[in-house]
Design a protein around this ligand. Structure first.
Ligand SMILES: [Zn+2]
Length: 123
């Protein structure tokens, strides 16, 4: 098996409804996003997927989150924009973009709110 990992980041604010603590109040993070895809076959060009192609797909998704109030986005109207839900949002959007890449499976999306705190989503 082969795997490819890329990282990206974005800055966004959120507040967590029903959370008893500081995170209930409006605040921001510099979110780090780690994405890994895997597959058993590489192409004739020796690539599982071009880093640039995968990064472009991820940037289209994180670009819609960057410098936004996450609670105001349609994706989080009915969901708390926790790291878990942000990771799932990115995962689902990236699966759609990767649907044309037959040999590539999305392994996981990991979202860091801060250096030592992350949540992952995979299916
Ligand atoms: Zn937070």
């Amino acid at each position: 098996m082969y795997s490819i990992r890329i990282e990206d980041s974005f800055s966004a604010a959120h507040k967590l409804k029903g959370y008893a603590g500081d995170c209930e109040n409006l605040h921001g993070h510099n979110w780090q996003v780690v994405v890994e895809v895997s597959g058993g076959k590489i192409g004739a060009d020796g690539l599982l997927i071009d880093f640039r192609e995968l990064r472009k797909m991820l940037k289209e998704i994180t670009g819609e989150l960057d410098h936004k109030m996450l609670n105001d986005l349609p994706a989080f109207h009915d969901l708390n924009p926790t790291s878990e839900n942000v990771a799932r949002h990115i995962y689902r959007a990236l699966v759609e973009k990767l649907s044309a890449c037959e040999r590539v499976k999305l392994s996981f999306v990991r979202v860091f709110e801060s250096a030592g705190s992350s949540a992952s989503y995979f299916e």
